[in-house]
Design a protein around this ligand. Structure first.
Ligand code: C5P
Length: 217
């Protein structure tokens, strides 16, 4: 199953809930782009340097799963959520040469897991256009900023909602406006506005759609 949407739309929460309900594993592809970005910054490579970033992406061994992300065996789960990585990730993710490396790994992950819930920006449109169920999550910008501000507070970072909203809007604009695999609603996707709904209600709707798609094949 493919779940796409902008920052703060609920992909991780909903993805985990759907996966638990269906007994599937989840893959957070944003964590993969973030881990490569952390490695790019560590290597002193400029995020805008396509060749340098792609070389790093080829070189690093990424571990993703169970909410833990590793880079060459080191747990980088906290580092990949740092303001420095968040500020640079859209530039790194915009390089087609970086995406080629990570998309191949995402497809290999799904093969190895015989399916799963994969969340990101281009999963239904580019990585798995043939996924039986594609979901596009949205929420109002104010609500997405509110959720991200709570995440920041949970990570002991004291940021105002205005500050979070500004950086989030810049990242969304970059992700939607780039030439390579921009954030779009995939054809045939189930569009769900998560603004005023509970996760349990949304998970139930998506599980119903999955069961219906299963029954139709
Ligand atoms: O989902 P998350 O906010 O952690 O994603 C971080 C960044 O990774 C996004 O802003 C986007 O630039 C990039 N990304 C992407 N394609 C994906 C998943 C994430 O370009 N499939």
């Amino acid at each position: 199953m493919a779940i796409d949407g902008p920052s703060g739309s609920g992909k991780s929460t909903i993805g985990r809930g759907v996966a638990a309900a269906l007994g599937l594993d989840t893959l957070d592809t944003g964590a993969m782009y973030r881990a490569v970005t952390a490695a790019v910054l560590r290597a002193g490579v400029q995020p805008e340097d396509a060749e340098g970033a792609a070389a790093v992406a080829h070189r690093v061994e990424l571990g993703v799963g169970d909410g833990v992300t590793t880079l060459d065996g080191e747990d980088v789960s906290a580092e990949i959520r740092s303001p420095a990585v968040t500020a640079a990730v859209s530039a790194v993710a915009a390089h087609p040469s970086v995406r080629t490396v990570l998309v191949a790994r995402q497809r290999a992950w799904v093969d190895a897991h015989e399916g799963g819930v994969v969340e990101g920006r281009d999963i239904g449109s580019v990585v798995f256009p043939g996924a039986p169920v594609k979901v596009y999550l949205t929420a109002s910008e104010a609500e997405r900023a509110r959720r991200r501000t709570l995440d920041e507070a949970a990570a002991q970072r004291d940021r105002t909602i205005e500050d979070v909203r500004t950086t989030m809007a810049a990242r969304d604009a970059a992700d939607s406006g780039r030439a390579a695999s921009p954030l779009v609603t995939a054809p045939g996707a189930l569009v769900v506005d998560t603004t005023d709904r509970t996760p349990a209600d949304i998970v139930a709707e998506i599980v119903r759609a999955f069961r219906a798609a299963e029954g139709a094949t």
